[in-house]
Design a protein around this ligand. Structure first.
Ligand SMILES: Nc1ncnc2c1ncn2[C@@H]1O[C@H](COP(=O)(O)OP(=O)(O)OP(=O)(O)O)[C@@H](O)[C@H]1O
Length: 345
């Protein structure tokens, strides 16, 4: 790790003052006369270090504190306490300078002027960021080619589909050549083909151009496709920070083999247990007697050998192997069914 990271947050905290009102008219009047507030800590003593070129998934359940963190990193919000530096700058105090080195795509909000042709919006953004004319042309040509925007440039944003607009948003966020790209739900609402294209582009600018990517998404495909590191926040606290690979290695070891058997052999369970003595306890039958499930830790036995022994021992009609996805792992983490106390980093 280099001495100065691209992003450095130390004990970063942000609270909001929430008015407490009794319901109804009387409550509203009382609040006017004697306002009462409570504090909600959205981001709670977060330490984070991001090196140039990384691709990070910043994940957590709804209300965990992801957007609030991003807002502090982009300078939209000031921290209540703690420190954050992006390229050595204080993002809130030095907002203009910070804006030059970051690109932001918030799925819900647009950079584009609704009624202006896309090329005019992009030109205006180039002027706002004071991108020299020659660099602007080069950058625009490159983005138009990569994102296939040619046919869209003359059309106003309001006429574009969500997917077309998202491609234009990405161009708008990258036109000034930022080192760091924040993406908040960049593929929300996009169909599978457009999602794939948007992901391909983000991967390209991260891997080929070295742009650091920090992404929040509830779409696990985005996370698996784009990110090498996962930082998980819950209740404002970071509860996990490590390589995505390590999360999969640590929690993604349970494999389930589902078997549909021909006929209804009464002793299928006993036969399976005999064929897999080391996994006897992992075999069970489904409510329908001709369905058998073997659920086991892949560290206990290789999947191929388990499948081979089951096929040899039983009249198998159909077989499916279900390996754990990052989707199921995250769901279980959010639901507190897996413990992250000892992060694998
Ligand atoms: N301006 C605000 N005023 C009061 N409370 C806020 C404000 N912004 C966020 N919060 C609260 O802070 C907590 C964290 O919110 P935040 O938007 O950062 O979560 P999130 O992880 O981005 O959630 P989601 O996945 O739903 O977008 C929530 O409890 C939210 O209600």
């Amino acid at each position: 790790m280099g001495p100065v990271a691209l992003i450095e947050a130390h004990q970063l905290t942000r609270s909001f003052r929430i008015p407490v009102k009794a319901p109804g008219f009387i409550g509203a009047v009382r609040h006017l006369l004697r306002p009462h507030y409570t504090e909600r800590t959205a981001v709670d003593r977060v330490d984070l270090r991001v090196e140039a070129g990384e691709s990070i998934a910043y994940v957590g359940p709804n209300g965990a504190g992801k957007s609030t963190t991003l807002k502090m990193l982009t300078g939209i919000l000031a921290p209540t306490s703690g420190q954050v530096r992006v390229r050595g700058l204080d993002p809130h105090r030095e907002r203009v300078a910070n804006a030059r080195s970051i690109g932001v795509v918030f799925g819900q909000r647009s950079h584009l002027w609704w009624d202006l042709p896309i090329q005019e919006s992009l030109r205006l953004l180039g002027d706002i960021y004071e991108v020299p004319r020659e660099r602007f042309t080069r950058s625009l040509d490159e983005l138009v080619a990569l994102l296939e925007l040619g046919d869209l440039l003359a059309r106003p944003a309001r006429q574009l589909s969500l997917g077309q607009r998202m491609r234009c948003e990405l161009a708008a966020a990258l036109l000034h050549g930022p080192e760091l790209l924040y993406l908040d739900e960049p593929t929300l609402g996009l169909d599978v083909a457009v999602k794939e294209r948007v992901r391909g582009f983000i991967r390209h600018i991260n891997r080929e151009r070295g742009v650091t990517v920090m992404l929040t998404s509830h779409d696990l495909g985005d996370i698996e496709d784009l990110c090498e590191r996962m930082v998980m926040i819950d209740g404002g606290r970071i509860i996990f920070d490590g390589p995505l690979r390590a999360v999969k290695e640590r929690f993604g070891r349970t494999c389930a083999i589902h078997l549909a058997l021909r006929g209804q052999p009464l002793d299928a369970l006993a036969v399976a247990r005999q064929a897999l003595p080391e996994l006897a306890a992992s075999c069970s039958t489904q409510p329908e007697q001709h369905q058998l499930v073997v659920q086991f830790d892949m560290a206990q036995a290789p999947v191929g050998s388990v499948v081979g022994r089951l096929l040899a021992a039983l009249p198998v009609q159909n077989l499916s192997v279900q390996e754990p996805s990052i989707d199921s792992i995250l769901r279980e983490l959010y639901e507190n069914r897996l413990q992250l106390q000892d992060p694998p980093r």
